[in-house]
Ligand binder design. Structure first.
Ligand SMILES: Nc1ncnc2c1ncn2[C@@H]1O[C@H](COP(=O)(O)OP(=O)(O)OP(=O)(O)O)[C@@H](O)[C@H]1O
Length: 770
């Protein structure tokens, strides 16, 4: 890629007249410019330019390289792939630039005075020696230093961007680099471009190596080797979900990466030397044959330490005689009108006796029923109220704290128990986006007597560590989950490690209770889990159907199933289509397109906002993609666009999109739309923790990489009333029979078992002494 210059084939140069749209996150920009120079003769000098741009400013002259194209809706536009601010050369241009919004407080008169005093080369003169500004009459010191700083900044961004363009970086990544290093950017990039692999999300080894190569950092240069090692380890954790990687794997993958396209032969011993160096610098942790990112290593250790601390607090728990427990349970059974099965009884009793407890079981096995019973029995035995109203205006906190990893799972918990519940992030006082922080930790722990965490299988190693830290000694914790579901999206498999370690008492519920007449969904879920798929689906079943079709016919089949549901009065709110992949005809993106047209077609009555490749419309179902604790909206929450207000209709004079999340209305501006996507169809991973009245799930062989039992089981168990499958039965068989389950490398189980052994040794030593 070349930097824009007038010899480039296609360029236009002109002053920015009007900014039509600019998203600070994605940098997507639409602007009107008045062209004063261009590679081809233009009839109309006012041109709409579209592309990615940092901080576009009115009245500033830019040069764009790209091409004209005809947009079906917006007409002729210039699509640029590079832009460059043109530092003005004419007197008029310099005055316009210095009096633009970029230099607040500098009006046209002052700008004229600067040029009069310092001449036409004033910009380079100021950059060379800012004290020359002192000679400009009436220019206060504060404003003068602001002028210098802004000029420096513009130069900084310009230089970094130009250099990165040369290296083939897109504007978005180039801007990230600038944001991370500011004025030091060029120095860091030229001395050690590989540092970007560590510091900047989205810059992988290959990108950094491209720059490194131009800098002459080839072959087995230590910085290059270190970057490759770190990159492989990051990939192993963030993409594959491992907590550690074997040294051997990292070294051999790093070797492949380093040798790829370079013709170099890199010795594994040289890589191993850099592994040691990285360990000494604290950037990785190496323990025998395993290598960890420090944050994951310490998170596992934190979980194990806090788990031991909590298990050791059992002496402080109240003990209840069996007879008292049975009496209380009897009262609860009478009140709820059920009789608890032995394993369910054991669940309640264990939860009362142990500081930590795991309750696991598939759908309909009575997990919620056990939780309800536990809360009631707890209230009787402790002689406390579990009615939130009784705690209003009182200092004492509500004794039962309930939380789940997603907003929808938390809401379900609240609905089934009638008690308050929140997301784990909210309970822990999470603040900010991305690299935010938690208010609750070892110094400020959670208040309450009993903590119940639902959907524990979705909690990753980092969040589990934060959670365990924040639990006080005297609090009893019950982890509820389904061990057969997918592991967390983030690294680790905390729930199954806890279960398999035996460090926490666990009660497994296996008998199915929820099975009304003719219902097949739950039975089918258990058949999938047990690897015993029936030969076909009983087409007489009220709530489970299979519609055979080829992969290309999936969109049509899904559409027809939805149309049929619509004729029966169901709406998009009741239906969730689940697909395991994003791309392709049967992928999430294409299905969302088709379903939006079906459920919420274009209409004069519905306002629209175009955004990237999609259009958001009033009435659209949308899915939140990131945690937004300020507005109490979390990753995975489903909402509906209830209104779109134009710039003229809002006090802030910017477009507003109002989304209702089960009645909670949140306002989004246009840049915030990067936080959402259409929700008609979503991935199975994104659906974890939610249930829907109707689930439609295509399963075809083209999803091959994704044909895994846990994934299919997780999808199927999202259906509450109807499960409608389409595709190829054979693909379903492949998934259910496959033992290609993801194996995550973690050491939590080992750390927990070691902790247990240590405790047992201490106990027996103590007993021997006694
Ligand atoms: N011992 C029991 N006797 C009679 N009915 C029971 C018993 N245990 C549970 N049930 C009933 O079975 C149904 C499913 O129970 P519950 O909702 O507690 O299961 P769950 O494991 O939480 O299911 P899911 O994960 O699907 O929400 C409920 O209608 C519940 O009343």
């Amino acid at each position: 890629m070349t930097q824009p210059n007038e010899e480039s084939k296609d360029y236009i140069k002109g002053e920015l007249l009007h900014l039509i749209f600019h998203n600070e996150e994605s940098l997507y920009t639409v602007a009107k410019i008045r062209v004063n120079q261009s590679s081809e003769k233009l009839e109309d000098k006012e041109v709409t330019v579209v592309g990615m741009m940092t901080e576009p400013e009115k009245d500033v002259t830019y040069m764009f390289t790209g091409q004209f194209s005809d947009h079906p809706r917006f007409g002729r536009q210039y699509k640029f792939d590079q832009f460059q601010k043109v530092i003005p050369e004419t007197e008029q241009g310099i005055i316009l630039y210095l009096s633009s919004d970029r230099f607040p407080g500098i009006g046209k008169k002052t700008a004229e005075m600067i040029v009069n005093e310092l001449g036409i080369n004033c910009i380079s003169v100021i950059l060379e020696n800012p004290s020359v500004l002192e000679s400009v009459p009436k220019l206060k010191q504060e404003k003068a230093s602001h002028v210098y700083k802004t000029l420096l900044e513009d130069q900084g961004i310009e230089q970094v961007l130009l250099k990165l363009y040369k290296y083939g970086f897109g504007i978005q990544l180039a801007m990230k680099v600038y944001k991370a290093y500011q004025v030091e950017a060029l120095e860091i990039i030229s001395s050690n471009p590989y540092k970007m692999v560590e510091d900047i999300e989205g810059i992988g080894f290959a990108k950094a190596d491209l720059i490194g190569k131009k800098q002459g950092l080839t072959g087995n240069h230590p910085d290059r080797l270190k970057a490759a090692v770190l990159f492989v380890l990051q990939e192993q954790s963030l993409s594959e979900g491992h907590v550690f990687a074997l040294n051997e794997t990292v070294v051999s993958e790093a070797k492949m990466l380093l040798e790829k396209d370079s013709g170099d032969e890199i010795s594994p011993l040289d890589i191993a030397d850099q592994v040691i160096a990285l360990g000494e610098e604290g950037k990785i942790i190496v323990e025998k044959e395993k290598m960890y990112l420090p944050s994951l290593y310490f998170a596992e250790q934190g979980i194990a330490t806090n788990l031991n601390r909590l298990m050791a607090s059992k002496n402080e728990l109240d003990e209840y005689p069996e007879s008292e427990f049975l009496k209380a349970l009897g009262e609860v059974e009478e009140e709820l009108g059920i009789s608890y099965a032995p394993s369910q009884k054991e669940g309640i009793q264990e939860a009362l006796h142990s500081p930590l407890m795991i309750l696991t079981g598939g759908p309909g096995t009575g997990k919620t029923t056990v939780i309800k019973g536990l809360i009631e029995v707890f209230a009787i035995l402790k002689g406390v109220s579990v009615s939130p109203d009784d705690y209003k205006n009182k200092k004492k906190p509500f004794p039962i704290v309930m939380a789940a990893p997603t907003g929808r799972a938390a809401k379900r918990m609240s609905e089934s128990t009638g008690l308050p519940s929140s997301t784990i992030h909210r309970m822990l006082g999470y603040k900010g986006e991305g690299n935010g922080y938690f208010e609750k930790d070892e110094d400020e722990q959670i208040d309450g007597d009993v903590l119940i965490i639902d959907e524990m299988s979705m909690v990753d190693t980092w969040l589990a560590n934060q959670l365990f830290k924040a639990v006080p000694d005297n609090m009893q914790v019950i982890f509820v989950g389904d061990e057969d579901q997918l592991p967390s999206v983030g690294p680790g498999q905390v729930f199954s490690d806890l279960l398999e370690s035996g460090a926490v008492p666990a009660v497994r519920l296996t008998d199915i209770y929820r099975q009304s007449e003719g219902s097949k969904i739950i039975e089918f879920s258990h058949q999938i889990k047990d690897g015993e798929l029936p030969a076909s689906v009983d087409q007489q079943s009220r709530d489970l159907r299979f519609f055979p079709c080829g992969p290309d016919k999936v969109p049509e089949a899904v559409k027809q199933i939805c149309e049929r549901a619509m004729t029966k009065g169901f709406t998009a709110r009741d239906i969730q289509v689940l697909a395991p992949m994003y791309r392709g005809v049967a992928g999430v993106e294409n299905l969302n397109d088709i379903l939006q047209t079906l459920f919420n077609p274009k209409s004069d009555q519905r306002r629209e906002v175009p955004f990237g490749n999609v259009v958001y419309r009033t009435g659209d179902m949308v899915l939140q993609l990131v945690n937004n604790p300020e507005d109490n909206v979390f990753n995975g929450d489903r909402g509906e666009i209830v209104s779109i207000k134009t710039e003229r209709e809002t006090s802030e004079k910017q477009l507003e999109i109002i989304i209702s999340f089960d009645g909670l209305e949140v306002t989004y501006t246009k840049p915030d739309l990067t936080q959402i996507t259409h929700a008609y169809c979503c991935s199975i991973h994104k659906s974890q923790g939610s249930e829907f009245p109707i689930v439609i799930m295509p399963v075809v062989k083209s999803y091959y990489r994704m044909l895994r039992k846990k994934l299919i089981y997780t999808g199927v168990t999202r259906a509450k009333n109807f499960l409608l499958l389409c595709g190829d039965w054979k693909a379903l068989e492949i998934a259910v029979e496959s033992n290609r389950e993801e194996i995550r490398q973690t050491t939590l189980k080992e750390k927990l078992i070691n902790g247990l052994e240590k405790e047992n040794t201490n106990e027996s030593a103590g007993a021997a002494k006694d």
